[in-house]
Design a protein around this ligand. Structure first.
Ligand code: FES
Ligand code: FES
Length: 136
């Protein structure tokens, strides 16, 4: 069963949430996966209370990247920036009932793209987000 996908992964792959773009976003970030060349872009709309009002993503990536981005965006929506930083790729994989080992790297794309978008937001605002590392 090494390549079996959970029902949740299949659900988020076939019916991904939060696909699209946000015009005039508060921050956006694009990252590439060094292992496979897949690309992801995340758009954030952040309100005055540092809460993520909306989030959208676009990816040129595999099914696991789509499913993890869909779940990751669902998990950060409505959260504060600090809460969103706790949504790690591990947390996303758990929420999806796991991924096959060869697809674990795909889940990093979503986490990295969200972090890159937060970094962009912080730079535009001229603020420092505690615990956020500069994207590679
Ligand atoms: Fe890019 Fe997986 S290698 S789709
Ligand atoms: Fe490229 Fe999944 S194989 S992100």
């Amino acid at each position: 069963m090494a390549f079996a996908y959970s029902e949740k992964v299949m659900d988020h792959f076939t019916n991904p949430r939060n696909v699209g773009e946000i015009e005039n976003c508060s921050g956006c970030g694009t990252v590439g996966n060094a292992q496979c060349g897949d690309i992801m872009r995340v758009y954030l709309d952040i309100d005055e209370d540092s809460r993520i009002r909306d989030v959208k993503f676009k990816t040129f990536g595999c099914g696991a990247a789509i499913a993890t981005s869909s779940m990751a965006t669902e998990l950060v929506k409505g959260k504060t920036i600090q809460e969103a930083l706790e949504v790690t790729n591990k947390a996303v994989m758990e929420a999806l009932d796991g991924l096959p080992p060869v697809k674990v790297h795909c889940s990093l794309l979503a986490e990295e793209a969200i972090h890159a978008a937060l970094w962009d937001y912080a730079e535009r605002k001229g603020i420092v987000i505690e615990g956020l590392e500069k994207p590679k």
